[in-house]
Design a protein. Structure first.
Length: 483
């Protein structure tokens, strides 16, 4: 599936690379002991180091380093046992030191790979160029006072992983799939919560266009896009803009742009600075970071099962189709829910209920899998009630709706509401006789060859029995009586 922008001079290929800033899950900051809780009162989580008081020194947080290594391993990337911290110098009011401690030429993680699945069932490998550790800046608040700006340094010094992809992405869809996959990997690893609304994962999107087969052209960077959907929309808008510029005889200038989701366009923010503008140099306060091989090996051994491996196992162990497996492993909590509900039961039936009725109910009630009113154990019990013929499939839907509403155990709902399936053949025969007697005309038509009426009789008998008849037995009884 090739994505192109059709211009007046022909079709254009879109080239995208993503730089993702992912906030490290860690109780303390990258170089200080200050806390990192989201939503705390402004300036309550700021150490002297974060506020850049003269004479203070940064001390590296071992857990943040471990998180970066785990992430690198999860991205099938090279771990650099020697890396280095540099100062990236720039002035901003929410950056009290006047520089950000980052990693420039020697990042902790080198090249890796992310496999993404596309809607048409194909997969693509997106290269990861590098992952480096750096500090976040503080936050300027411009909306608190009519003539003053306030500074909140709670975020200053929080550890970020900047994950840079190769320009391997060729469509908005691929960018979306890459971001979702990356977020899933980070969440599985427990290294970033991936919460784009809270800003703990943000993407800078590099976009360029070219006629097919030609060399890369100038790219523009769309800065700080904070949702997967907006990234996809920004790529489309920016690619279209560039095609128009080239086709009208102009030149795309390298610059930093912002995406305006309300208007669906990107607009210029500033001309793009080059690395040399930042006057990078090694931070004299920090030694090179040297990792012991054994420590990296131990982190690797302790990694959880990641989405790709889990998907393969779900297909192998539970016999699930690739699509079901991919949907169920997208979130770790969903995968866990599935395994609990499916264990010792028909796995495909469990998958169908989760992807169908459960997802619909979560949507309808504004819940997530974590806050689901129906637990995995309860869904499993519902499946058992169907498997042992206590209820039929149609009644199961009624019981499930009641479970969503009340949070009660399915067996209790079946008892309270008298929903037990009727397998008593004499009761079924009675219902059949009643329906046939009341529909003599239809019976005559059926017997003269209108086979399709059989379904009508089944429906009538089920209705007479309040939906509780065993469908197989109802079918048998009707066939016998209509001979
Ligand atoms: Mn950065």
């Amino acid at each position: 599936m090739t994505y192109t922008i059709e211009g007046s001079t022909g079709s254009w290929e879109v080239v995208v690379g993503l730089e993702v800033h992912a906030q490290v899950i860690s109780r303390a900051k990258l170089f200080s002991g200050a806390a990192t809780d989201f939503g705390a009162e402004p300036n309550t989580q700021v150490s002297f180091v974060d506020a850049a008081f003269p004479g203070t020194l940064p001390v590296i947080n071992r857990e943040c380093v471990a998180q970066a290594v785990r992430t690198g391993l999860g991205l099938n990337a090279q771990i650099h046992t020697v890396s280095r911290f540099d100062r990236k110098n720039y002035f901003y009011a929410d950056l009290p030191a006047g520089y950000q401690i980052s990693q420039y030429q020697h990042p902790i993680v080198g090249t890796g790979q992310v496999e993404v699945e596309l809607a048409d069932g194909t997969t693509r490998q997106i290269g990861v160029t590098r992952l480096h550790l750096e500090q976040d800046a503080g936050k300027s608040l411009h909306d608190q006072h009519p003539s003053k700006s306030y500074i909140d340094l709670n975020r200053a010094g929080v550890a970020l992983m900047e994950i840079v992809s190769e320009p391997d992405i060729r469509s908005p869809e691929e960018a979306g799939a890459y971001l979702r996959k990356l977020r899933a990997i980070l969440r599985y690893l427990g290294t970033c919560d991936g919460n784009m609304e809270e800003g703990s994962m943000r993407a800078d999107v590099n976009v360029s266009v070219r006629p097919h087969g030609e060399p890369y052209r100038t790219r523009c960077e769309v800065k700080n896009v904070n949702s997967v959907r907006f990234v996809m929309q920004a790529i489309e808008a920016e690619a279209k803009r560039q095609v128009e510029v080239w086709e009208s005889g102009g030149t795309v200038e390298q610059e930093t742009r912002l995406f305006d989701p309300a208007r669906g366009v990107t607009r210029s923010m500033r001309s793009k600075e080059d690395a040399h503008d930042y006057r990078y140099f090694p931070d004299p306060d920090l030694l090179p970071l040297v990792l012991e091989e054994d420590w990296v090996t131990a982190l690797k051994a302790a990694l959880p099962e990641l989405p790709d491996a889990k998907r393969a196992r779900f297909m192998r162990e539970y016999g699930l189709p690739a699509y079901d497996a991919a949907v169920l492993v997208a979130e770790r909590a969903t995968a866990d829910f599935f395994e609990t509900a499916a264990r010792g039961r028909d796995a495909k039936t469990a998958a169908n209920w989760i992807m169908g009725d459960l997802f619909a109910a979560l949507n309808r009630t504004g819940n997530t899998i974590e806050t689901s009113p129906v637990t995995a154990e309860a869904l499993g019990k519902l499946l058992d009630l169907m498997a042992d013929n206590t209820i039929n499939g149609r009644i199961a839907k009624t019981v499930f709706d009641a479970m969503v509403e009340t949070g009660k155990d399915p067996a209790a709902i079946v008892d309270e509401r008298g929903l037990r399936q009727v397998t008593d053949t004499s009761a079924i025969d009675d219902a059949v006789a009643k329906v046939l007697a009341a529909n003599a005309q239809m019976v005559a038509e059926y017997k003269s060859g209108k086979d399709k009426l059989f379904g009508f009789f089944v429906g009538q008998v089920m209705r007479t029995m309040g939906g509780k008849g065993n469908p197989a037995l109802v079918n048998q009884a009707l066939k016998r009586k209509l001979l």
